[in-house]
Design a protein around this ligand. Structure first.
Ligand code: ATP
Length: 419
């Protein structure tokens, strides 16, 4: 029989990683049963407060005649490896139950774009008699069910390498240059390996979890080439995941809703109505007028050179912004400058005889040329040259969120890629 296993919330900020535990479980299950295809790493709503880091859950499909044995393997691994501060949940789903799969799909969309109550997960578990493992409150059941239910119309791959156990928590030893070399060889089929402008290897985390690095892309052979190119400490093993990363699946289009809420991600069009301003710490804000009224947008310091794009906006620019609503402010991940406003500044008129700039003739008395004695009544308008072009801009790789679709994957014109 076929059975989907969904698992989530086995890690804490102190360590561990659900993808690692899932990979260990897969290796054990494969000794006596069959795991079909790659496991799936499903990112859910990036704005929910309960997440440890990237709000990722894992699911994989098993072919077995002995479900009880599979459940034992999973249970033993979660007990042995899950962090004590985590809140694990695991579900075992029969994919042939179409009603159940439809319910899970609905739940997964909500978990991706909205906030789900734990009771909603328990309701589905009770309604469909779903075999499950619940530890403590079992908050992980939300992610576990959603990881099984998510339909992937668009998908990418991530290859995660895991450290030797005696290296957990220690500084990661890598040859930085080799990661830049891998990027040169494999971009754009593999992205977000490094950030050239910010001189950072972005695919190597700093957290104390078992991951050594993760290579993201959509061509497996190029991911493997990148893997062969990078030089680093020995790793234990690697696991390839199918993911919804880099798909923008979390974004709710403005046409889908009547109002905006915190903890959700949106794409909104609007006109810039306030010149961008900066606050201490280098965070940049501006306001746009949308069909929902005035919305404050932000580009925080970690978005680095992306803030220069925001700083260069002017009142009247027509934009589409993509980002997460927090504290009633849209934290921008990407922007399309659809139509630049023409911007004019007022200047004193030019003397038609000598071509020099006139001076004020006194308050309310217009302008005059001191030498030629010519006069004029009004200032003139000069159009200023805009510093940015129309088109798409995105945060650099160092600031990318897992679900954000990088421009390199987008089939649009006028892309300005920070690499
Ligand atoms: P990592 O990235 O290392 O896997 P994480 O960021 O995925 O860590 P978790 O430990 O999985 O963090 O915690 C996220 C918790 O939030 C899980 O219990 C999951 O079930 C729950 N959750 C996920 N999405 C939602 C949602 N939309 N609403 C409510 N709870 C959610």
């Amino acid at each position: 029989m076929l059975i989907w296993i969904g698992i989530d919330d086995t890690d804490s900020r102190k360590g561990m990683c659900t993808t690692y535990i899932a990979s260990l479980i897969i290796r054990e299950i494969e000794k006596n049963h069959k795991v079909i295809g790659f496991p799936r790493l499903i990112r859910l709503n990036p704005n929910i407060p309960f997440k440890t880091r990237g709000n990722g859950a894992v699911s994989f499909l098993v072919d077995t005649e002995d479900l009880a044995d599979v459940i034992d393997i999973v249970n033993e691994h979660v007990i042995e490896y899950a962090e004590s501060e985590s809140d694990p949940g695991v579900v075992f789903i029969n994919p042939e139950n179409q009603k159940l799969m439809n319910s899970l799909h609905k739940l997964s969309v909500k978990a991706l774009k909205d906030v789900v109550k734990l009771d909603e997960a328990f309701f589905i578990i009770g309604k469909f008699f779903i075999p499950h493992l619940k530890f403590k409150k079992g908050r992980g059941l939300i992610g576990a069910l959603s990881a099984v239910g998510m339909n992937l119309d668009d998908m990418t791959l991530e290859l995660l390498t895991y450290r030797k156990r005696d290296r957990f928590g220690k500084k990661r030893e890598i040859n930085k240059d080799s990661f830049f070399q891998a990027d040169l060889l494999c971009y754009p089929d593999v992205w977000d390996t490094v950030d050239w402008y910010n001189d950072t290897v972005v695919c190597v985390p700093n957290s104390p979890d078992p991951v050594l690095f993760g290579l993201r892309g959509d061509k497996l052979e190029k991911i493997i080439l990148a893997l062969k190119t990078v030089e680093c400490e020995d790793y234990d093993f690697y696991q390839i995941f199918v993911t919804n990363q880099a798909t923008d699946m979390h974004i709710i289009d403005e046409d889908e809703v009547e109002s905006l809420d915190n903890f959700k991600s949106y794409s909104l069009t609007g006109k810039v109505i306030e010149k961008p301003y900066e606050i201490e710490g280098g965070h940049v804000f501006f306001k746009i007028d949308t069909r929902f009224g005035e919305i404050t947008c932000s580009a925080f310091e970690p978005t680095k050179q992306f803030r220069n794009v925001i700083r260069a906006l002017f009142v009247g620019d027509f934009v589409k912004v993509y980002g997460a609503m927090k504290n009633s402010t849209l934290n921008i991940e990407k922007i399309n400058l659809i139509r630049r406003a023409r911007v004019f500044i007022e200047e004193n008129p030019i003397c038609w005889k000598c071509k020099k700039r006139m001076e004020s003739a006194g308050r309310g008395k217009g302008f005059r040329c001191r030498e030629c004695k010519t006069t004029a009544n009004y200032k003139i308008l000069r159009e200023i040259k805009r510093e940015i072009e129309e088109g798409f801009y995105e945060v650099p790789p160092v600031a990318r969120r897992h679900l954000s679709k990088p421009l390199v994957r987008m089939n649009v014109r006028n892309k300005h890629i920070f690499r």
